[in-house]
Design a protein around this ligand. Structure first.
Ligand SMILES: *Cc1c(COP(=O)(O)O)cnc(C)c1O
Length: 387
């Protein structure tokens, strides 16, 4: 990578982060020590939730979430086509059937209108979903109050994929603290807070938390209350369910705990960059991300749509930006159009708004440490190519 390359996203590692990881390496526990629970407690406090459970990745968290909600063969799970493949794969891991709800072109999240219509039809056919996985695309929270009302009416559980939404809030409450039954965050290096790889599942529900903790670690327990037999001694443990090794290590948790302190400052800086993009690109041939005053985005991505009156195609603009050393990206190829999902019977035209959005989508660089000079270079290059 050239020195002047501007990535679309970049982690921010401070000297304090390095010291925290170094201290952990000198400590007694690289995993399953006190730092995992300390990170979980800090994350839970910041998100105003009763339980936060560290996991190996958001993908692992979504898998555990499906399992804890009872998803299995015969279950139906719905999610959003405008997401990373994990949002749907987690249901397939459990042997369930997956379907999608098209997006609202304004939010780029699940459309409440399409969702309501699909639920009414599914109700008539006796094929209601057991779990729905809404995705807070780019860090903008979904229409959570409306989705909760539909969940209460039709009896499905909400497993929110908030991989983009660490630090976001909705109706004045942190994401994960209300509305969803379970909420999953990602700490992959391109995400907002990072542990290199990692994730967190949060919930207000004690029983779901207990189930996820158990399944995260082989279905094995040393907790007498969960055991089926009388303990045979201090060595004794029981496997009471079939689980995985989906733990987050103490080494990763040390980094996460240190990063968490800067989460709110980062969100503000991301928003300031987004505000500036909005102003500088106002006259360009783009649709900019919509704003909603009842929710606060974490601004994981700044995703534009290249409109038909642009001077060049989205593909040409993308190539031109990459050539100029600007790390643009496209989020997302709709999940249902992937070859694996086409083999399951989905057709490109099944979710037309997600496909129309994808055909125009362009994520331009956005990360907290981005400078005004870097941002100007992105804007100038983009306008030269497109306007
Ligand atoms: C990154 C991402 C995931 C997967 O996260 P991992 O931690 O890499 O497993 C899932 N869903 C969405 C929307 C994501 O952006």
């Amino acid at each position: 990578m050239a020195d002047d390359f501007i990535p679309y996203s970049r982690q921010e590692i401070s000297e304090a982060d390095i010291a925290a990881v170094t201290d952990l390496l000198r400590s007694d526990f690289l995993t399953q020590g006190p730092t995992g629970p300390a990170f979980e407690a800090a994350f839970a406090k910041r998100h105003q939730v009763a339980h936060a459970i560290g996991v190996a990745s958001a993908t692992a968290g979504l898998h555990l979430g499906c399992l804890a909600l009872g998803v299995g063969p015969g279950s139906v799970v719905w999610t959003c086509p405008n997401s990373f493949v994990s949002s749907a794969n987690c249901a397939l891991f459990c042997g369930a059937e997956v379907d999608f709800v098209d997006i609202d072109p304004a939010t780029r999240n699940i459309s409440v209108e399409a969702f309501t219509a699909k639920l009414e039809a599914a109700d008539r056919q006796g094929r209601l979903p057991q779990v729905v996985i809404p995705v807070d695309f780019a860090g903008l929270p979904c229409d959570l109050a409306e989705i909760r009302a539909l969940a209460d009416r039709y009896g499905f559980a909400i497993l929110e994929d908030a991989s983009h939404a660490t630090g976001a809030s909705y109706h004045g409450r942190p994401i994960g603290s209300a509305h969803a039954d379970l909420t999953v965050f990602s700490f992959h290096a391109v995400k907002i807070v990072t542990t290199a790889e990692g994730g967190m599942v949060v919930t207000q529900n004690d029983a779901l938390a207990e189930k996820i903790r158990l399944l995260r670690s082989h279905g094995v327990t040393r907790d007498g209350a969960l055991m089926q037999r009388v303990s045979e001694g201090a060595w004794y443990y029981e496997m009471v369910d079939l689980g995985w090794n989906y733990r987050l290590t103490d080494l990763q948790s040390a980094l996460g705990l240190s990063q968490l302190e800067r989460m709110d400052e980062w969100r503000e800086r991301r928003e300031a960059h987004a505000d500036r993009y909005d102003a500088l690109l106002a006259d360009g041939p783009f649709k900019r991300p919509a704003r909603f005053n009842d929710r606060v985005s974490s601004w994981h991505l700044y995703a534009l749509e290249v409109m038909d009156h642009a001077r060049a195609s989205r593909a040409a603009i993308f190539a031109g930006l990459r050539e100029a050393g600007i790390g643009v990206n496209v989020h997302y190829i709709p999940i249902h159009t992937q070859p694996y999902y086409e083999k399951l019977g989905f057709k490109r035209g099944d979710f037309p708004n997600a496909v129309a959005y994808y055909d125009r989508a362009l994520s331009i660089p956005l990360f907290p440490a981005m400078t005004t000079g870097q941002q100007d270079r992105v804007v100038d290059t983009l306008l030269k190519l497109a306007a």
